[in-house]
Structures are given as C-alpha cells and as structure tokens.
Design a protein around this ligand. Structure first.
Ligand code: PXL
Length: 284
C-alpha cells in the first residue's frame, strides 16, 4: 500500500490533549503522514477551563490553501474537527472543494455539543451550517447530541433502544454523508460504544466496551483520529469502529486509574503500540 497523507483541520489547544495534539501523534504513529491546518490556537480547550486565550486563525486558512495549490500535493483524507467560528464552516467547505482529489476520503467530526448542550462559544445557527458541511462527507462522526442538533431534533437521554438509534442513523443518512459513526450509543448502563452505518447498503454494526464512569475531555478526537488512521490503513468502517471504541475506552481507563484531572485529556500514548499492532492485524 502506498504511503498515505491526511490533512487534519482542527484547533491547537496547547494544553489538554485534544484536536491536533491528539490527531497528529495517532495518525503519524499509524504510518500515515499528518499535515495540519490549525483553525485557532487556544491555551487550553474550552471544556472545564476558564480564562483560556483564543487566537482565531480564520484569515490564515485560504492563504494556506492558495499556497498549497502552487505545490504538487494531494491528500488521501481530509479530517475536520473543532472549527473556531461559524464563518470557518463555509471556508472549510471551500477548502475541501479546492483540495480534494477524486479518491480523497472526507471525514467530518461536527464538534459542537455534548450532553444535550451546544458549546457556549457557538451560536444557535452553528448546527444548521455544520449540517451543510456534513453533506460533503464520506464519514461523519457525531455524538448523540450533535446528531440531534444536525437534525433539528430534541436531545434524548439514554439508555436508548435499537429502534431509536437506527431511526436516528436513517434520518442522518438524508444529510448527504455516505457513512455515519454515531458515538455515545448505550442500550444499558454497563456498556457504551458506537454504531457504524453505511447509508448506501443500510448496514448497521455496533461496537461496545464496558462503561467507565466520568466525563473525560478530548475523547471524541482520540476516537476520530483512530478512525482516520484505520481507514488510511485500508480497514473497513466496522473494523475501524471496533478498534476506535477499544482504544478510546482503554485510554480513559488508564486515565481514571491514574486519578488524572479529567480536563487534562486521556492517556492515549501508552496504547499506541497496541493500536499499531491491531491496525496491522486488521489489514492482514
Ligand atoms: O475535543 C473537542 C474540542 C476541541 N477543541 C476545543 C474544544 C473542544 C471541546 O470542548 O474546546 C478548543
């Protein structure tokens, strides 16, 4: 398999292990090059910290793209996460149009909400604009709150029924994305995981891990980065989902056992060796 190159479009939260500080090491460790387009630079992520700095890089995104267009470079995947402003969604949509090749896999994580609540830095019009961006994706990675917001539906708390989850997946299938991986799926309090849905075939598969109590930051980005790393290594969506659920849960468990502040991100680094072995085995 030829060496792959991903473009990760996320913020840099300098402390707190999420977005680019998670995507770069995970994607690189899997043997795939990870180029970056930083959407903003923050001293920390916004989850649970106060007084963080925020430098918006919206004005830099198109000049970076224009420069790259003068170079002979292409991307096998474009992976977007936290976008710093409403305006950035439209700009990122244009960047995808400008930089995508015929086979570029577009992975969009509509980072904007959790636990029924839109992140306070985003306005009420954000989900509608994010829905348009998701329409361009080969894979979208919403959690259940984001899924409800993309659809303009009320957020429902779990545990869920299979009927509810598969209904949500089908309705998400009308947005235009080809595949959906829905995170935060649980049918009981003991297991938490994600559902993978192929819109064209209607196939749904699930992957679960034992629930680990607590709310740990940056786990969506750990999960998404493993999905991208797995897809770039030729794994299918179901296998990628299984590996990403296990890797994320094991990272959370190590962090919980260490008693680390939940805002500081999860210990994913210790799991990288095993991750690479699993991706390699999945490829064989
Ligand atoms: O992990 C998602 C994320 C990424 N970047 C920033 C965030 C968050 C979630 O809160 O605040 C800046």
């Amino acid at each position: 398999m030829s060496k792959k190159r991903v473009l990760a479009i996320h913020d840099i939260s300098c402390f707190g292990k999420c977005s680019l500080t998670v995507a770069i090491p995970i994607i690189s460790a899997s043997g795939t090059e990870c180029a970056v387009m930083p959407t903003a630079v923050l001293s920390t992520h916004t989850g649970g910290f106060t007084g963080y700095t925020y430098r918006d890089l919206t004005d830099d995104l198109m000049p970076i793209t224009e420069h790259w267009k003068t170079l002979d470079i292409g991307f096998d995947s474009i992976y977007t996460g936290f976008l710093g402003s409403f305006e950035q969604i439209g700009i990122v949509s244009k960047i995808i149009d400008d930089l995508r090749l015929e086979d570029t896999i577009i992975v969009i994580d509509p980072v904007m909400a959790d636990n029924g609540v839109l992140y306070p830095i985003f306005g009420e019009d954000f989900p509608g604009e994010m829905r348009k961006l998701c329409g361009k994706a080969d894979v979208i990675l919403p959690n259940i709150t984001e899924a409800a917001m993309l659809l303009g539906e009320e957020y429902v708390t779990g545990p869920y029924t299979e009927e509810y989850i598969e209904g949500l997946l089908k309705r998400l299938g009308t947005i235009g994305a080809k595949n959906i991986i829905l995170t935060g799926v649980h049918f009981n309090s003991g297991h938490l995981g994600a559902a993978a849905y192929d819109v064209r075939t209607g196939a749904v598969s699930y992957s679960f891990h034992e629930t680990i109590p607590g709310y740990y930051h940056g786990t969506g980005d750990v999960f998404g980065s493993v999905i991208v790393a797995s897809l770039m290594n030729g794994l299918d969506l179901e296998r990628a989902n299984g590996i990403a659920v296990d890797f994320t849960a094991e990272s959370i468990l190590r962090t919980r056992n260490a008693g680390t502040d939940v805002r500081f991100g999860v210990d994913f680094e210790t799991g990288l060796g095993k991750l690479i072995d699993q991706i390699r085995e999945g490829r064989e």
